[in-house]
Unconditional design. Structure first.
Length: 47
């Protein structure tokens, strides 16, 4: 994997994490997501 792709993936990961962290606990529950699931979901979104 080249450096450009790695940086793009990292930015996408951080963006996803930040967006999900902005949601309230109620909104996360409505989506069926717990706070502990956020890093895993963000990693899956990059693939």
């Amino acid at each position: 994997m080249n450096l450009t792709r790695a940086l793009r993936n990292y930015r996408s990961y951080r963006s996803t994490v930040n967006e999900l962290n902005r949601l309230s606990p109620r909104e996360l529950a409505d989506l069926g997501i717990s706070r502990s699931d956020i890093p895993t979901l963000a990693r899956q979104s990059v693939r």
